[in-house]
Design a protein. Structure first.
Length: 69
């Protein structure tokens, strides 16, 4: 089972923004997406030297920041 990237953990710690996502041990998150979305997501991650879970963490954080209540 892959762990959250160390760089992402260290970045969260150094920025003072430790998140619940990174403080717990990883657990599977399984869902299906269309093949085109999967290909685009994986291509984007590879082009930006990111792991898939790192891209998902960053995308979710950006979405939450955009919709602050």
């Amino acid at each position: 089972m892959p762990k959250a990237p160390r760089a992402l953990k260290n970045e969260a710690r150094s920025s003072g923004k430790a998140t619940t996502l990174l403080s717990e041990s990883p657990t599977p998150l399984n869902f299906k997406v269309p093949a085109d979305f999967r290909r685009e997501f994986k291509t984007y991650a590879a082009q930006h030297n990111k792991k898939l879970n790192q891209l998902l963490y960053e995308a979710f954080a950006a979405l939450k920041a955009k919709h602050v209540e």
